[in-house]
Design a protein around this ligand. Structure first.
Ligand SMILES: [Mg+2]
Ligand SMILES: [Zn+2]
Length: 182
């Protein structure tokens, strides 16, 4: 069984400027490459788990998202880091303009994307880590049975939420996460 480092994208890999879908708007978060290199050295496979309701809303399409993901993975590769797979949810339950407006089991806080990775890569979720910047990231990780759940402070973490802070690790910045990569 493999262990995984699951990363939210917007706010964790790239600065969350809102529905980022162009290379010129993709600004890597300080420390993300060092963190991923550390995780890889300790045997973690690295996955991206991202809600992309901008697709349902018609702000960009799947092909645009996938092209950006390929570019992103290539930048990681240049840094010596393999991204095993990018999982994304194109849906929104109610808002949007196309066939992706629908309820689904992949949009976080649902655990669908994590469970798909678990099946495709034989991941031991109890030995895995999720890093996100929204309470819904922590809920998805909890719903999937991931042991180590790390919430990096963002404008979203001050909103009311149901995540028990005693059950997660809350950090001021991503570059503080390295000591939890065991
Ligand atoms: Mg995020
Ligand atoms: Zn979905």
């Amino acid at each position: 069984m493999n262990k995984a480092l699951f990363l939210d994208r917007d706010g964790i890999i790239n600065v969350d400027h809102g529905y980022v879908h162009r290379i010129e708007d993709f600004e890597f978060v300080t420390g993300i490459f060092d963190l991923c290199r550390l995780a890889a050295s300790k045997g973690y496979q690295i996955f991206v788990i991202t809600n992309q309701a901008g697709i349902a809303r018609g702000y960009y399409d799947k092909a645009t998202f996938e092209a950006l993901s390929t570019w992103m993975a290539n930048v990681f590769a240049e840094q010596g880091i393999t991204i095993a797979k990018v999982y994304y949810c194109p849906h929104h339950p109610s808002k949007g303009i196309n066939e992706f407006v629908m309820p689904c089991n992949c949009r976080k806080p649902e655990p669908g994307m994590i469970m798909q990775a678990q099946q495709e890569f034989s991941i031991n979720l109890a030995e895995s880590i999720f890093i996100g910047d929204k309470p819904s990231d922590m809920q998805a990780a909890s719903n999937a049975g991931i042991k180590t759940r790390i919430l990096v402070d963002s404008r979203y973490t001050n909103e009311p939420h149901e995540v028990k802070l005693s059950e997660i690790i809350k950090l001021d910045a991503l570059n503080q996460a390295s000591k939890y990569i065991e």
